[in-house]
Design a protein around this ligand. Structure first.
Ligand SMILES: Cc1ncc(COP(=O)(O)O)c(C=O)c1O
Length: 510
């Protein structure tokens, strides 16, 4: 039955054809289909209308003891997996912060899999280590970090935030790695200052570190940003209660709104209070590529650690995250272990080339390759242009929302994320709860229609719709289509046209 590939057949290993031939034959067909997919993706519904109960049964089948021809399985993949995927390359995809990846990065990911270099260990990835060091070096340069800085690629922002806070913990409470919370009465009093809008992975990191949620001290926000004056008060109050600051967490491009904390003011406070500053730039740090956008991150260069996800605004496929630390000694001490079978000191090496000494992962994917290749092919300015396009679309959408009498922006955008509400004119005087649940239903029904795909969140206690314009193929026409799609959907839900005069007489809200 099998023509090609290495098979274990009837209890013995048999070579049924060269691996290269498998790639050549199946690869050609696959790449052609992938290209066709990209060419025609805009003609598809953005996502599946199927509910989990309808979809999951599709994959329930007995564990195959015998294989099937590769071409049959691959054809089946397109039907059962691809067709009902959410299509990030569709210009009406405006959902979570996951990018339609650059094609060269997709190809580079295939090469990463082919080589399968585990970049935790030098001897398993000599060139991989070099490439990762260079990519980290470029990031340090863009951050304007000092020569003693360092970093490592990680699986994403969550792992980066955990690593940054581990580095902060050891820097503030030396011996914490060894002694743990039980061994240190000081650590029990650790305080991490964080705003409500911080990504949930910060609280999760506190849980993982054994510090518990109580270690997080909530700092009040102003206009959906961490309020520096409130931060100063929170620090003074915590100190007066015997708490010991472990870190301040600021966000550079917050998840919900894409707004930037005042990193300069927060860095001033961190310096004067001698507290570790961690900037979660998972979303926004990539904007350092753009001379125009990097202004928003002013102050980040003074952070002690920065999370940065190229798999967000550098349009890389998952996974590609990074943690950068201002002083490499703190990254070295974040994880303190030996593993004699893996990490070998080499003559003349003052600091280990084994990246695994400085990261959680042991099997560590060679994610740096796709960044390295893409930056060389396109040049950094290309990334800046793509980013600026998406940020400019958010600004354009904001203007459209302001001009419309049936939409209400929740904030002015600073990045490619924007929250807003649809308030059909005839519904203006409805109670808050009804308007909140309308936003929820609207999103559900609009997404299920396949016309587009957006998200929702809660801001200031109100349900809001949220778009993240991740796709550089999205144009102003698509933004018009979004508003029209939401109006049509709302009309179906409310039985109104959405723009007719309100019962209150049709006066404008603005
Ligand atoms: C600000 C911020 N931090 C961290 C994360 C988590 O990143 P990842 O999904 O790569 O773990 C996100 C993801 O949305 C984010 O927006």
């Amino acid at each position: 039955m099998f023509q090609r590939g290495i098979q274990i057949e009837k209890g013995r290993v048999g070579v049924m054809g060269a691996a290269g031939d498998v790639l050549r034959e199946s690869g050609r067909v696959l790449v052609e289909r992938m290209a066709e997919y990209l060419d025609t993706v805009a003609e598809r519904p953005v996502s599946t209308p199927l509910a989990p109960s309808d979809l999951l049964g599709r994959f329930a089948e007995p564990l195959p003891r015998e294989g099937r021809p590769a071409e049959v399985v691959w054809a089946d993949v397109w039907e059962r997996v691809v067709d009902d995927s959410i299509h990030l390359a569709h210009p009406m995809y405006m959902g979570h912060q996951v990018a339609p990846p650059l094609p060269h990065a997709v190809l580079a990911d295939a090469l990463t899999s082919l080589l399968n270099q585990s970049t935790a260990v030098w001897e398993m990835a000599p060139t991989g280590t070099g490439v990762e060091q260079q990519v980290v070096g470029w990031m340090r340069e863009l951050l304007d970090f000092p020569p003693q800085s360092d970093g490592t690629l990680v699986s994403g922002g969550s792992a980066a935030n955990l690593t940054g806070l581990l580095a902060a913990r050891e820097a503030t409470f030396p011996g914490a790695w060894r002694d743990g919370v039980q061994g240190s009465s000081q650590l029990e009093r650790a305080a991490v200052f964080v705003a409500d809008h911080a990504h949930y992975s910060i609280e999760r990191a506190l849980g993982v570190m054994g510090l518990g949620h109580g270690a997080g001290i909530r700092v009040a926000e102003r206009d959906f940003r961490l309020d520096p004056a409130a931060l100063e008060r929170a620090i003074a109050d915590a100190r007066s209660r015997g708490r010991i600051p472990l870190a301040i967490v600021a966000t550079g491009g917050s998840t919900a709104t894409g707004l930037f904390d005042d990193l300069s003011a927060i860095a001033d406070i961190a310096r004067s209070e001698s507290i570790w500053l961690h900037v979660d730039g998972a979303h926004g740090a990539s904007f350092m590529a753009s001379d125009r956008l990097r202004e928003r991150l002013r102050g980040m260069e003074r952070a002690d650690s920065v999370s940065w996800d190229p798999h967000k605004m550098m349009f890389m496929p998952i996974s590609a995250g990074a943690i950068l630390v201002r002083d490499r000694r703190h990254l070295d001490s974040a994880f303190q272990q030996t593993a004699p079978y893996l990490f070998h000191p080499r003559p003349g090496e003052s600091r280990s080339h084994d990246i695994g000494r400085r990261t959680l992962q042991c099997s560590k994917r060679f994610d740096a390759l796709k960044i390295w290749i893409s930056v060389q092919i396109h040049g950094l300015d290309h990334f800046a242009r793509l980013q600026e396009h998406t940020v400019d679309r958010a600004a354009a959408l904001f203007r459209k929302l302001q001009e419309a009498d049936d939409f209400e922006p929740a904030h002015a955008p600073e990045s490619n994320i924007l929250c807003f509400r649809h308030l059909p004119v005839a519904w203006r005087d409805r109670p808050t709860e009804e308007l909140d649940s309308l936003q929820n239903r609207l999103r559900e029904v609009y997404n299920a229609s396949g016309r587009g795909w957006i998200t929702a969140t809660v801001l200031g206690g109100r349900r809001v719709l949220r778009v993240t314009l991740m796709n550089p193929a999205t144009t102003d026409d698509h933004l018009e289509a979004l508003l029209q799609g939401l109006r049509d959907t709302a009309a179906g839900l409310t039985g109104s046209t959405g723009r007719e005069p309100s019962r209150a007489g049709g006066e404008s809200r603005r």
